[in-house]
Design a protein around this ligand. Structure first.
Ligand SMILES: C[S@@+](CC[C@H](N)C(=O)[O-])C[C@H]1O[C@@H](n2cnc3c(N)ncnc32)[C@H](O)[C@@H]1O
Length: 306
């Protein structure tokens, strides 16, 4: 039971019990094709399997966590308080790449993070450290990109921002040791998952309203066609004897119900809107093909307490 390192839009910590209650009593390998903050993965601590995300900065981050945790921690320790003055020895100490004046250290680090695409001087460790630093010091702690792929979240105001996360990085590194980390579309899982494996899908949610923020995880978004492809992928896995558990927004209830999955509304309240005063509430569904008689009888937490 490890805590996620990053705060991520759509993080599933509140839904863990509902997800565990659909788990089969036994399974082979575990796969999480829309990884994000990986709340279920880190809580579960699977021995092996695959995780995947389309966001290449996020994928690089987890690769660094897995392979170079101590170097990552050291880099994070070298950062200054977000509201302090920019570092004069580094780029963007006075203006960002668009020539806009920079006043805080935070905005300098954001400009450094947004140098992509990098040339030969691409420093994977620095990009990972910056992602963690920005995630822990930005407003509302959520990752968001604009349409051209720039990270655009403003500075947050925290009394004691904690961006080093030593314990979480070390623990996550241990959990990720035998996990394959991929950077692509979720469909890879049809080539990899075998009968008896378990796949948990947590895609960007289909919006309940046209103004919802659910497609803001990365510049690419996730549209209706992607939702249809995901359903086809889940059906294909089902036919091959792979266990599937999927969370999504309530608007897709019928689509999964008609496809033969067991679907329930969880009615969760989700804090996804960047406006803290006006958080969107949506119904959430959990769909699965795990038959009721094959489900484990207790949640992960209860089993460990036993
Ligand atoms: C709802 S979030 C996952 C949250 C995660 N379960 C957690 O606990 O933090 C959805 C993730 O899917 C990723 N994603 C978007 N399009 C994708 C695609 N086509 N294939 C795989 N992942 C995708 C996004 O980058 C995002 O990180």
């Amino acid at each position: 039971m490890v805590d996620p390192i990053l705060k991520w839009a759509g993080g599933k910590r509140q839904l863990l019990d509902e997800l565990y209650s659909r788990f089969p009593d036994s399974y082979e390998h575990y796969h999480e094709p829309c990884f994000g903050g990986g709340a279920l993965f880190f809580d579960l601590e699977p021995e092996d399997g695959t995780v995947n995300d389309t966001n290449s900065r996020l994928v690089n981050f987890y690769e660094q966590v897995r392979d170079s945790p101590e170097e990552l921690i050291e880099r994070c320790k070298s950062f200054e308080d977000p509201e302090s003055d920019p570092d004069p020895s580094r780029e963007f100490s006075e203006a960002n790449r668009k020539g806009k004046e920079i006043s805080d250290y935070y905005y300098q680090q954001r400009a450094l993070f947004n140098r992509r695409p990098y040339g030969d001087d691409y420093d994977e460790l620095e990009e990972a450290a910056l992602l963690l630093y920005l995630n822990r010091t930005c407003y509302n702690g959520l990752y968001r990109e604009n349409s051209s792929g720039g990270y655009n979240v403003p500075i947050g105001r925290y009394a004691n921002p904690d961006w080093v996360r030593e314990t979480e990085v070390r623990e996550a590194s241990r959990v990720l040791q035998d996990t394959e980390i991929r950077n692509g579309d979720f469909e890879y899982v049809t080539e990899i998952a075998e009968e008896g494996d378990l796949v948990y899908f947590d895609p960007p949610y289909e919006p309940m309203s046209s103004t919802a923020y659910f497609t803001d995880y990365s510049a690419e978004g996730f549209g209706k066609d992607d939702q249809k492809r995901l359903l086809e992928t889940a059906k294909e896995l089902d036919q091959r004897g792979v266990y599937v558990i999927l969370s999504n927004s309530g608007v897709l209830y019928e689509m999964y119900d008609e496809a033969g999955f067991s679907v329930e509304i969880e009615g969760a309240t989700r804090a996804i809107n960047s406006d803290g005063e006006n958080r969107d509430e949506v119904d959430e569904i959990v769909a699965t093909n795990v038959p009721a008689e094959r489900r484990q009888t207790a949640g992960q937490q209860e089993l460990l307490d036993f």
